[in-house]
Design a protein around this ligand. Structure first.
Ligand code: C2O
Ligand code: CU
Ligand code: CU
Length: 468
């Protein structure tokens, strides 16, 4: 059967100024063609790597309980594979680098999506090439739809925003060309991109919006703020709704983290422009290197330097006031078994241009950890380096239990379920993992993509205790 016949295209209502967020229904099947293209994202022509010729990659929507059916066609000049970040996918559909397909080949995905409705994403995962492929443009939202049990803004008021930084040259082109310091600190750009466009202006109405924020940067931590600030209310993170909505002032997100916020533009006068940027910050104990840090900011700056991302332009008459949120957004079982869980420690070490976990760099065929299926464990991520590490675990969501040394507190957006957690220098973050479905080989890694490609990644195998 010709899968192309099933390709369904729709448009998203992303405000009057259409941001390029093409939308594909993952049901009953989509073709995702990885290929190079020359596009002008807003500053001039650039060679980009795309899915289906688009920047950013198309937003996929799939209903909880439905199958995600997709065919990846590799029209790049090198191996690739796609990973569904945050989903509980069976091992053959998880995009492990050992599954990378050569140029010209294709790979079929077909699995039932069981994860909680929320904001997920997809990106390439071939070993040592994840950073370049993602940076040059292959990254998109994957939104799991379903009954969230709460009345939230939908349709054009549900706005996914993919936040990235790129190093744009005078002619508007960008490329991926890391030098020595970039391989240590991660590749940081000088220009903010939102949904594939540099510093776009996004028209919004005087209404309440759900902004689905994804830090899609290779290495940059974002410290988001709105100016003027109509109020940011965090309602969801990596794995769906938070237990309760939380009013926040600034939002610090490491690479690969998602936070959904509600923003009500109705109190602002028509014509108001609201800037979305990453405010400057410093992390105690952080190595800044020759290129960066909040102080030594070059053009666009190093980690912690301020970075403008976009502006919202408020228009139109105020719409109906939005309904009050219930006090309880999501019922999550309290974590009561921490003291009784088997524990493991993962030390993240960056020194002398090496990035390792527990002293070892990734090897494709070495299983570093074996975990029982449906056997919860307490994992400690310990940052033994002078660089921040956004730590990500495949195969669904975990709960963040504790953070010590450094900030010493869980952020409001860490109170639900997560699949990526930011660990500052000197911090130790404990998470409760529980792999309920799918025995097989999965990954744990730093989501600073330069660190990941350098080997700050480990294989874990989920084994069925009943089967041993
Ligand atoms: Cu978003 Cu293994 O990655
Ligand atoms: Cu992932
Ligand atoms: Cu790292």
């Amino acid at each position: 059967m010709d899968r192309r016949r099933f390709l369904q295209l729709a448009t998203t209502g992303a405000g009057a100024m259409a941001l390029p967020t093409g939308l594909l229904r993952a049901q009953p099947g989509v073709e995702l063609e990885a290929r190079a293209a020359t596009l002008d994202p807003g500053r001039g022509d650039s060679l980009v790597w795309t899915i289906n010729g688009r920047l950013p990659s198309p937003t996929l929507r799939v209903r909880q309980g439905d199958h995600l059916r997709a065919r990846l066609v590799n029209r790049l000049q090198e191996p690739t594979i796609l990973h569904w970040h945050g989903l509980t996918a069976p091992p053959e559909a998880d995009g492990h680098p050992r599954l990378a397909i050569p140029a010209g080949a294709h790979y079929d995905y077909d699995f039932r999506v069981t994860d909680t409705p929320g904001t997920y994403w997809y990106h390439p995962h071939p070993h040592r090439r994840t950073a370049i492929q993602t940076h040059l443009g292959i990254a998109g939202f994957l939104i799991v739809e379903g009954d969230e049990g709460v009345d939230l803004p939908g349709g054009q008021f549900d706005l996914p925003l993919l936040l990235q930084d790129r190093r744009v040259a005078g002619d508007g082109s960008f490329s991926y060309s890391p030098s020595g310091p970039d391989l240590m600190l991660g590749f940081l750009g000088n220009t903010g991109f939102v949904n594939g466009q540099p510093l776009p202006t996004i028209d919004v109405q005087r209404a309440r919006y759900r902004l689905r924020l994804l830090n899609g940067c290779n290495a940059r931590i974002l410290n988001l703020q709105l100016d003027p600030d109509p109020g940011m209310v965090a309602i969801a993170a990596d794995g769906g709704l938070l237990p309760a909505a939380a009013r926040i002032g600034r939002l610090m997100m490491g690479p690969a983290e998602r936070v959904d916020i509600l923003v009500d533009f109705s109190s602002l006068a028509e014509g108001t422009e609201v800037a979305l940027d990453s405010a400057g910050f410093s992390i105690p104990g952080m190595m800044t290197g020759p290129m960066g840090g909040a102080r030594g900011a070059m053009a666009g700056g190093g980690q912690g330097a301020p970075l403008p991302l976009a502006r919202f332009r408020v228009g139109g008459a105020p719409l109906e006031p939005a309904a009050e949120l219930p006090a309880l957004l999501r019922q999550l079982a309290p974590i009561t078994d921490v003291g009784a869980l088997p524990t493991r420690q993962f030390r993240f070490e960056s020194a002398m241009m090496r990035h390792a976990i527990n002293g070892r760099e990734f090897e494709m065929d070495r299983v570093d950890v074996r975990v029982g299926l449906d056997r919860p464990e307490l994992w400690s991520f310990i940052n033994d380096s002078a660089l921040p590490h956004p730590v990500h675990v495949h195969l669904g969501a975990f709960r963040v239990v504790d953070r010590r040394g450094g900030r010493g507190v869980l952020m409001p957006w860490e109170t639900g379920t997560k699949d990526t957690v930011l660990v500052w220098p000197g911090e130790r973050v404990d998470v409760r993992v529980h792999f309920r479905e799918h025995a097989g080989l999965y990954l744990l890694h730093c989501h600073n993509l330069e660190h990941e490609d350098a080997g700050m990644m480990a294989n874990f195998e989920v084994v069925d205790p009943a089967g041993i």
